[in-house]
Design a protein around this ligand. Structure first.
Ligand code: GAL
Length: 132
């Protein structure tokens, strides 16, 4: 159920690892997001779908402050249509795929080995989460 939050241990989403989320946006969805968290509460990746702005906003929260938003690209999601979203943690960036198509890159703004939690929030039905 959403909101969903899970802790992950040590380096289990360190570089070389990939997180995949299977979900369906609600029929009347406005927004949903996936956050990758550090132990100190920073968000190393905030991936925020906004149907109300026709945008996918990516950002990071450091010491309580949002950084610069990245919004390039079209919205690859549809209300009521299932998708899979894969976030690959690579040495210099997260590579983000939607339905196996590369959607965007988000250059790391902090150490990518310290991810300690995952949050899924907003107007979607979460079907499964997988780390490979
Ligand atoms: C803010 C919003 C946050 C987050 C942030 C990303 O306007 O309140 O939830 O999405 O933008 O830059």
């Amino acid at each position: 159920a959403v909101p969903y939050e899970t802790g992950i241990s040590g380096n289990s989403l360190g570089t070389g690892k990939a997180l995949t989320i299977y979900a369906i946006p609600e029929k009347k969805a406005k927004r949903f997001n996936i956050n990758l968290l550090k132990r100190n509460g920073d968000i190393v990746l905030h991936f925020n779908l906004r149907f109300d702005e026709k945008a996918v906003v990516r950002n990071a929260l450091q010491a309580g402050e949002w950084g610069k938003e990245e919004r390039e690209g079209k919205v690859p999601f549809e209300k009521g249509v299932g998708f899979d979203l894969t976030i690959k943690n690579e040495p210099y960036a997260f590579q983000i795929f939607v339905n196996n198509d590369r959607f965007c890159t988000f250059a790391h703004r902090s150490n990518p080995h310290e991810i300690s939690g995952i949050q899924v929030q907003g107007d979607l039905e979460l079907l499964a989460i997988q780390i490979v």
